[in-house]
Write a protein that binds this ligand. Structure first.
Ligand SMILES: *[C@@H]1O[C@H](CO)[C@@H](O)[C@H](O)[C@H]1NC(C)=O
Ligand SMILES: *[C@@H]1O[C@H](CO)[C@@H](O)[C@H](O)[C@H]1NC(C)=O
Ligand SMILES: *[C@@H]1O[C@H](CO)[C@@H](O)[C@H](O)[C@H]1NC(C)=O
Ligand SMILES: *[C@@H]1O[C@H](CO)[C@@H](O)[C@H](O)[C@H]1NC(C)=O
Length: 368
């Protein structure tokens, strides 16, 4: 009698053990398949047939990696391609905060509902351009050239108030490495942000001297102005590019970085502090002042830039571009435009606009 009961118990235990083994193998299999497919940006063909438990596995757990990116209506394809590249190249729990203008929200939502992006976690934050009134020049010509959303990075804590650490990315980037690695960039105590230096090894490969590419403070700020002089900064200090930022939001808030940046924007409207030859974004000068000798460094391979500059991007070898963890098409020639270097790399991550409003230009150049 007792013996038989023991047998039953053993049988039950064996059955349970068997089920556990099967379950684990299935989980690993789905893990494996997902990984295999992520390279080409596809989802599992039979995903919807998995049991609810297995489906849960595809929902990424672990600590959230907050990524802030902006979505500009007339180049919405950029942010979609960038997000797709970040997501497909990582297994981390990436959570995007997409900052955009009110009028763009519905177009953006429709695009992000694409089947290839259906597991991407994101929320939309609406930028209020009134924030900038009195802080940027009212000169209509300058106003026209100023994209309000480029200032969103000055206000990072407002968009992700609960985060301690976060990443900011420009929309004209493609990420080829695992974003987890960028997130793990260490920030020195007392530093609110990390950037890539403009004289680092990767960046200097793309620089053509005298072709308008600036790499020191003199290229961004007018050192003849009293307000700049009194800061005692060295004009030949290497500048940095704010298209990729790793941020400690606690420090950012403690140091009132947003208010400091606003202060310099306002002062510039009165005293014209920026360099007359400023070729790049007016976003950069206030950041250079506020973070002078107070920022950490982003690995150069995590910000390979100038792909959109005249000729500069073409100087990179195909191997170098392949090895880059992040590619940035800063400059005039965007990868969705008619002429651009390495637009084939960008094309791999682009997803067609369901509303048909956005087209990479070159695809239609034959029609004209
Ligand atoms: C399943 O994968 C985990 C880690 O991903 C590993 O530790 C475990 O040994 C694997 N199990 C089997 C049965 O392959
Ligand atoms: C934002 O857009 C929605 C719908 O398009 C509209 O109802 C709302 O009034 C807009 N809000 C602002 C602040 O413009
Ligand atoms: C951010 O800064 C705060 C304040 O200095 C510090 O306590 C914290 O460890 C930092 N966090 C990270 C992730 O570096
Ligand atoms: C930041 O601003 C708050 C409130 O305006 C002020 O109390 C604090 O002293 C400021 N901190 C720094 C470091 O400027």
């Amino acid at each position: 009698m007792t013996l038989r009961r023991v047998n039953v118990i053993i049988l039950v235990l064996l059955a349970v053990a068997f089920l556990i083994v099967v379950q684990r193998n299935l989980l690993n299999l789905s893990d494996f398949l997902h990984k295999e497919n992520s390279d080409v940006g596809m989802i599992l063909p039979f995903e919807s047939e998995l049991s609810p438990d297995l489906k849960l596995q595809l929902v990424r757990r672990g600590d959230a990696i907050p990524v802030v990116i902006t979505a500009v209506e007339d180049r919405l394809g950029a942010v979609v391609a960038a997000m797709n590249s970040v997501y497909q190249n990582s297994k981390a729990n990436v959570v995007f905060t997409v900052v955009t203008l009110n009028d763009t929200v519905s177009h953006l939502k429709e695009w992000l509902s694409d089947i290839r992006l259906k597991h991407v976690k994101y929320r939309i934050a609406v930028f209020n351009p009134d924030l900038l009134s009195g802080k940027i020049s009212q000169d209509p010509q300058i106003l026209e050239a100023t994209k309000p959303l480029t200032f969103a990075r000055y206000y990072l804590p407002a968009y992700i108030p609960e985060a301690e650490k976060a990443i900011y990315l420009d929309d004209d980037v493609i990420v080829q490495g695992d974003i987890q690695e960028l997130f793990e960039t260490s920030l020195r105590p007392g530093h609110a942000a990390a950037f890539s230096d403009d004289c680092d090894s990767a960046s200097s490969k793309g620089i053509i001297r005298g072709a308008g590419t600036q790499n020191n403070y003199l290229g961004f700020l007018d050192f003849k102005k009293e307000a700049i002089k009194t800061l005692g900064m060295r004009a030949n200090t290497c500048s940095f590019n704010p298209g990729v930022i790793v941020v400690n939001l606690t420090e950012w808030k403690n140091q009132n970085i947003t208010q400091q940046l606003e202060h310099w924007m306002e002062l510039n409207t009165k005293e014209d502090l920026y360099s007359k030859t400023l070729a790049e974004s007016i976003i950069t000068p206030p950041l250079l002042i506020v973070f002078y000798k107070r920022h950490s460094i982003v690995d150069p391979m995590w910000h390979v830039r100038h792909l959109g500059s005249t000729g500069a991007g073409n100087r990179y070898s195909a191997q170098f571009v392949k090895a880059a963890k992040l590619l940035h098409w800063n400059g005039h020639y965007k990868p969705w435009g008619r002429v651009s270097s390495f637009s084939d790399v960008w094309d791999k991550w682009f997803i067609d606009d369901p509303t048909g409003k956005f087209h990479p230009v070159r695809r239609h150049s034959g029609d004209r």
